[in-house]
Write a protein that binds this ligand. Sequence first.
Ligand code: NOJ
Length: 495
Amino acid sequence: MLIRNNGPKNFARRNFIKSAGITALGLSVAPALISFKNPQEHERKSSERMFPEGFLWGTATAAYQVEGAVNEDNRGATIWDTFSHIPGKIKNNDNGDVACDMYHRYKSDVQLMKELNIKSFRFSIAWSRIFPNGTGTPNQKGLDFYKRLTDDLLANDIEPFATLYHWDLPQAIQDKFKGWESRDTAKAFGDYAGYVAKNLGERVKHYFTINELRTFVELGYGNGMFAPGLKLPARNLNQVRHHSLLAHGLAVQAIRANGNAGTRIGLAENLDVPVPIIDTPENIKASEIAMRESNAGYLTVIMEGKYTEKFLQNAGADAPIFTPEDLNIISSPLDFLGINIYMPSQYVQAANNADGYKTIPFAKSHPRSTSEWQVLGPEALYWGPKNVQKIWNAKEIYITENGISGADELTADKQVYDTDRISFMRNYLTQLQKATSEGVPVKGYFYWSMMDNFEWASGYDTRFGLYYVDYKTLERIPKESARYFKALAQSNKVR
Ligand code: NOJ
């Protein structure tokens, strides 16, 4: 997965019809334009687009991408502080020192969430604010920040969903244990997770252990594009994968042991979603086989408690070293499954070969966002949850991230007309709604991201937010898509 800003030139754009009414919520114009001969027919058509009652709408962020205040209240350094300060690693040599300054502006940011009418917020806790050295003495001031934030969310009827690891490993852990190369890191993560669950238990009921195992392992330890910038050989990389899985399992156990009654635990994984090129029964079966195998190093182990035969065969002498007890820990039962879906990982077709499927490559002209890696394919938001339910019998699923980066610009009248983002949401959410209407148990959706932020190696140029951030003043400005999302959350219906 390449994380590089490719600019708008590759971005296939449609000619959108200019609509005079679109600056408002976009709702007032619709009824006047649509005239149904039969009002009941209109009603039926509208209800087809509804999400299930109680569907949870939310937005997501992550600590290093939004908080800033990296030297405040005893926060310890992380591998991203170190990495982003190495010249040439991040586009424009940006770093997260200030980011969106949410550490200080969280109260007004919670009001902005309220303005969107959302009922949940997914954020991450910075391990090094709680344990500045990764292990040892906890830092009360760090904990207090998350108490203040979650108190404020709850006071505004917004349910906090906390991620415990969104890639900002304490630098001390990298130095002491070689980070995820060691089992000690998995153990330290479990201890930190238990401590947070015990101390935030009254406020936070939903936890995600780790965000996107696949991304931080492959990019951070495999190709060096992310912190800590390593390019490990296959053997070590497999061990890093295994330790990250183990960390997830240990955290599940620690949260369950230390959290309040009713605490619910999941993870947020970057699911590979193979999409059938044509919906035939054979191709659908092929997409299931492909999904299980293409997630074999990550989610498949968590859901099944084993590495697939193919995975182990392919790894050969470089396979990870593990015990049966590790696999039990890794597959500790979850209360829900979070999946981050931005795109189809590939299109597939049934094939009479050893794999049982064949990959159809993406066309050169396949539409992409301004993030070169992001191929656009709304069907992923149907096939992702659908196959997760089918393969692993998942009972409760959240879309923990979905979003699009755009070349957002402020106009002279201080607006951002991000029609591309609205079109993206409408198309992807139509597919998600179809899945829920077929009984796929998706309970909520978190748009990535609440506001523009530090997009890792792509820096601040790559904007995913519903709120535009003016990085000179740190002012937040609602984009047109914020109004679209608000209407969606209010009506529980794709519009
Ligand atoms: C996945 C990550 O969890 C998040 O941190 C990142 O900004 C988005 N995808 C967009 O790339």
